[in-house]
Write a protein that binds this ligand. Structure first.
Ligand code: URA
Length: 434
């Protein structure tokens, strides 16, 4: 099989066979096919796409390029949740303990933040001592013991994706549905759970900027998951403005703890209850989504969800006293308000710019080598649809460097729109694909 012929085939918009796709992925993973030929192929896929059969083969070939976790020794229906990325997205920290406290086994591999989006693994490191790299045995035992474990992605999980993603990143081929499907679903399938609930974010701070493309991606991933015999659903959620009020690592952890204490922002809780009820239905603990939401609310109001969170932090070696007393988190040196210049209604708080502003304060990373300042970020005081008076705070910048705050303030001002006409709050749940 000549790589030249396979590139030519895709360039002409023809279908690649299963054997050809495996040949490409195996060859690239083992350094037998050079970057320049894969780059050309990626661009041909970018323009001509892949049909469902090709996407499935691509996903399976990438899944098979490394280890596949065997979670069969965990009792019950194992469930994973994945977000395509957002700003202020602390859903896993709230959702995981709630549904684990109801008895749903949560076996989750998470990533670190990059660019304007945050990552769960970074946030969990807010708890001193928290171990984010469990062995497979520790991971399985912990889910069996307490129903929840969250670990960083193991090194040999879908190695083909690591190489391909790095190449897509420098060849302007990241934003193509078949390639995104293969990338996300290969890792989800290698992670070995029985069911997957996808949070496909839509809007300014998301990968997918509009509903049409998000729906296309959601359907593509659900198709592949079903073909691979998984229970799977995708929920499209709004990411035009940040989720909740807090953006930045410690700040988001504090908001998550408050949420587990029953004081969560409405939008965050709506997403948590929607995703969680789908996970509970998949687990077969409850068939009806509305009843599943009631179970979740009861887990929060009874304190069981917070107790599960504390148990989870302790099980992974973290200092849980921070979860019991949020005043233990060391605040940033300066808290600086960004005040509205006029009276009116908030029409936009563009999520991507807020994420980038938080990154400019040191709260995010441009490359995986960058070190994060856990204490910095932005806490919104207003959400889209709220009224605001001139001189009233739109948000607060938490910073250790006043110069950086000036840059962040400029970014926030550009990202925020206040105008006299009334404006609705944003709808959070945009669509559901099952
Ligand atoms: N997240 C991934 O893991 N892969 C993509 O291609 C896009 C988002």
């Amino acid at each position: 099989m000549r790589m030249y012929d396979l590139i030519e085939k895709k360039k002409l918009g023809q279908e690649l066979s299963t054997e050809e796709i495996y040949h490409i992925i195996n060859g690239y993973t083992h350094d037998e096919i050079p970057d320049y030929q894969i780059s050309a192929l990626l661009m041909a896929i970018y323009f001509n796409g892949m049909n469902v059969r090709e996407r499935y083969d691509l996903t399976m070939a990438m899944r098979d390029s490394g280890d596949i976790l065997d979670l069969s020794s965990i009792d019950g229906v194992k469930i994973d949740k994945h977000s395509t990325g957002g700003v202020g997205d602390k859903v896993t920290l709230v959702l995981g303990p709630i549904i684990a406290s109801i008895g749903v086994p949560v076996a989750k591999m998470s990533g670190r933040g990059l660019g304007h989006t945050g990552g769960t693994i970074d946030k969990l490191e807010a708890f001193p001592g928290f171990n984010v790299s469990l062995s497979e045995e520790q991971f399985i035992n912990q889910v069996n013991d307490i129903k929840i474990a969250v670990t960083g992605q193991s090194k040999n999980l879908a190695p083909a994706d690591k190489k391909l993603y790095a190449l897509r990143d420098v060849t302007a081929t990241v934003d193509e549905i078949s390639l995104i499907t293969g990338s996300i679903m290969s890792k989800k399938l290698a992670a070995g759970t029985d069911a997957i609930v996808l949070d496909v974010t839509v809007g300014d701070g998301a990968f997918m900027k509009n509903k049409e493309s998000a729906l296309e991606l959601a359907k593509s991933m659900v198709d592949i998951g079903k073909k691979a015999d998984k229970k799977i659903a995708a929920i499209l959620t709004n990411m035009d403005e940040p989720l909740g009020f807090a953006v930045g690592n410690d700040l988001e952890v504090i908001e998550a703890i408050n949420a587990l204490n029953g004081n969560g922002p409405e939008d965050l809780m709506e997403v948590v209850y929607e995703l969680g009820s789908q996970m509970i239905v998949f687990s077969e603990i409850e068939k009806d989504k509305a009843k599943a939401k009631e179970l979740m609310k009861e887990a929060v109001s009874s304190g069981r969800a917070l107790a599960k969170f504390v148990e989870f932090i302790e099980a992974q070696g973290g200092d849980s006293s921070y979860a019991k007393d949020i005043n233990k988190f060391k605040p940033a040196k300066y808290i600086i308000p960004v005040n509205s210049l006029t009276d009116g209604y908030v029409h936009a708080i563009k999520a991507e710019s807020i994420g980038l502003a938080s990154m400019s304060l040191g709260g995010g990373r441009e490359t995986f080598e960058d070190v994060i300042d856990m204490s910095v970020g932005i806490v919104l005081n207003k959400k889209v649809g709220d009224t605001v008076k001139a001189g009233e705070a739109l948000c607060y910048i938490h910073t250790n460097d006043e110069k950086k705050a000036k840059v962040a303030e400029e970014m926030i001002r550009k990202a925020t729109v206040v105008s006299p006409e009334a404006c609705d709050h944003m709808d959070l749940i945009i669509d559901i694909v099952e």
